[in-house]
Design a protein around this ligand. Sequence first.
Ligand code: ATP
Ligand code: F6P
Ligand code: MG
Length: 491
Amino acid sequence: MASLDSQMKIVHGEAGYVLEDVPHFADYIPSLPTYPNPLRSNPAYSVVKQYFVDEDDTVPQKVVVHKSSPRGVHFRRAGPRQKVYFKSDDVHACIVTCGGLCPGLNTVIREIVCGLSYMYGVNKILGIDGGYRGFYSKNTITLTPKVVNDIHKRGGTILGTSRGGHDTNKIVDSIQDRGINQVYIIGGDGTQRGASVIYEEVRRRGLKVVIAGIPKTIDNDIPVIDKSFGFDTAVEEAQRAINAAHVEAESVENGIGVVKLMGRYSGFIAMYATLASRDVDCCLIPESPFYLEGKGGLFDFIEKRLKESGHMVIVIAEGAGQDLLTESMQATNQKDASGNKLLQDVGLWISQRIKDHFARQNKMAINLKYIDPTYMIRAIPSNASDNVYCTLLAQSAVHGAMAGYTGFTVGLVNGRHTYIPFNRITEKQNKVVITDRMWARLLSSTNQPSFLNPKQVNEAKKEKKPPTQLLDGGNSKDEQSENHVDNNIKK
Ligand SMILES: Nc1ncnc2c1ncn2[C@@H]1O[C@H](COP(=O)(O)OP(=O)(O)OP(=O)(O)O)[C@@H](O)[C@H]1O
Ligand SMILES: O=P(O)(O)OC[C@H]1O[C@](O)(CO)[C@@H](O)[C@@H]1O
Ligand SMILES: [Mg+2]
């Protein structure tokens, strides 16, 4: 039984099986011709047994279930199909990158170009210069395997990026005018929202144009997927800053190293960098409120730790403590061109507050060094594991587009590549759940205070959905985080 709501194709099966499917050309363009997949005659793939994905293959969102659990939500498995909806010569693809930088952008661009070219014999591929606005206000860049050959070794995006400037009609007019029929859109939550409205407009005009998203965010805050590309690289690079902070701090009496890491609303980079490093004494993230003064506060903890060890390292995510900042400074309410709230520099602020506190108290002379490596981390090329991950994401997008799927984003779910409807990854943000085991692991490794009183702990626990929710195919942040934890343990 298939039922279509306005947002998604939802297919119900037996024993509580639900497929949250992605759109396909066949949903709105009747009788399109299909062609055998050219991979059949590709010598590199000819030896692979069962190279093509079965039409019915789907991937469960949840892998931890009880024997009486409904089978729950599934996503369509990514990969090459027997039939394709484009002749190679007819494909005219374009690639655009939007939002902030992230390690791996160039690898994704490279692998879309090489995937289209080497696997499907496509040779008309354009790069859109400078994000969404580039569709109508800038020149395009011709992309060939030769042009992109070594771009994965560079940070940033060879196409340029921007915030703001999304004019749906102008973008779709430009797609139509240029005769583009496959659009690959690499970017974060805002970008994927933009991709979703482009898809809606393309469908309204009845165009045979694929809109495929590749999710990007260094903050790792996209829900449903196991993790976003560039995240591992960012965590690894953050170690260098933490290490420097530790070396500085332990070399002087009462040394304090403060490191700010990215994470507007989610503290994943700070949490994983802390867990990986073992040199961090206190990790502060947006999801876990903290306070400075009084018993059990941050100043109290710093004093205690300095007395014990003579030095300490604090890692703070950029979105942490913003409520405290607005209390003590004038709220600016400034936004960037995409409408994202501009944050005040919590690293500078907290460093100054710590210095002021110890100067005022006159108890202990401290020596604080503040390191802000945020843009240095974001601008590096992706590491080896992210490079492989980016390659698979890019190839999944290409296979999906050639097979006539559209209005989808690619994503790794429980270690399998899938096609996910846009709204599932834009409807909420993935956040660290401070009542989950991973945050407890962090607290036990740093031995920092949780900054919660028993009443708050109880309230935080109550906010977590009861266990039955975990099994019903829903997608609460809590479950996502559980998945996240489990997946990361496996890796
Ligand atoms: N709701 C929306 N509808 C259409 N376009 C949008 C929407 N939200 C954002 N965009 C466009 O998407 C692009 C990128 O958005 P944004 O600057 O928020 O970055 P992002 O993709 O969320 O990446 P990140 O936050 O990880 O840097 C911008 O060009 C912006 O205009
Ligand atoms: O490039 P900008 O506009 O300074 O953006 C910085 C923001 O982008 C992000 O890196 C997400 O892409 C956030 O972590 C950070 O707050
Ligand atoms: Mg965003």
